[in-house]
Design a protein around this ligand. Sequence first.
Ligand SMILES: [Zn+2]
Ligand SMILES: [Zn+2]
Length: 430
Amino acid sequence: MKARLDHIGIAVADAAAATAWYREHFGLQVAHVETVDSQKVTAHFLPAGECLLELLEATAPTSPIATFLEKRGPGLHHVALAVDDIHAALGALKAAGVRLIDEVPRPGAEGALVAFVHPSAAQGVLVELKQPAVGARAGHLATVPLFRGPAKTTLGDLELVSLSDGFFALDGGAMFGVVPRTLWETKLPPDDRHRIPLGLRPLVVRGAGPTVLIDAGCGDKMDAKSAAIYGLDRRYHLDHSLADAGLAPEDIDVVIASHLHFDHIGGFTSRRSDGTLVPRFPKARYVAHAGEWHDATHPHERNRASYLPENFQPLMDAGVLTLVDDDAEIVPGLRYRRSGGHTAHHQVVTIASGGRTAVFAADMYPTAVHLPDPWVMGYDLYPVDTLAFKRAFSREAIEREYVVFFEHDPSMAAGYLRESAGKRTVERVL
Ligand SMILES: [Zn+2]
Ligand SMILES: [Zn+2]
């Protein structure tokens, strides 16, 4: 474990006076104020370089901060260290015999998980361990608003329901390929580990015919180490999202894969308590592209980390997986359209009803920020093919007013691509 200084907590009697003092004498401004009801405190955060000062004011006489002020007067209250995996950190401390106040983490400000180490074990200092929420920068500086859903729109006779399997985070540089950081960091600011927050947004299509699910997020099989690397946040996941949309896993008739990367099909299978892997949607037939299947089952050094057999092999073994070719119509109105680029056989899924079209763009437009044609991910195996697809597709999507679904956008599920006076924008739908 290597912890990073996140903030220094200071108990104050009068936050307004204290924040004015720091502003006047040190030029520090309040970036964020949050009341934590469980602790009966209001926290004022003042960024000071890479970390922050947190000025804590009691909101009730029973607040721990009120008790602290009574006993000791205003002063240094705690030091907060950020860690990537708070459960692992607490486990290691416990094993080493370090006295803890919290053996299990609890929710802190801004969606973080926190736990306290007893001052008697830490040279007289109260130490807060903190695992920041995905999308939060060191120092609680909120980056982009996270949108979860579920959110619905209609297309002809169909209902399109954007779901969520939570959020994760990937290296911002890798997400934008050759585009310099100075251009993208204002739109999707990275955290202190250079990662940007991303959504995991499967899509349900339902109407008179079968109920279809396109992609299924990361699922619940990821080990703790990978989950920490990818900043996986599944406190709210696909089961919650399905339930909030009035659906159960048994209601899904067809499951379609845009491609077989773990962040798209991790949720296709689940592990039973006896360790066996089974299809996650018990009544569904699953559909994948034959060429993508070939590549996933013959990985090389550059794509091996993305193709995890646990996500797709059990489907073939269970006899529920159908492999199809380019442009296959999977159910009436829903078809594959080959994009290539990201992988050789990456597919977008087009949905047509009532003369209108929606497109599940998967990793062709991972976020709405990837709107410019040359903003192509460094992950793409054939970036020039991605560019060619986007060039043609964007023109078509603008002219025909496609509803485009952004599977990884942290803040938006779908939108129209618009162009006016040569400038492109995304008009949000969901
Ligand atoms: Zn992918
Ligand atoms: Zn992806």
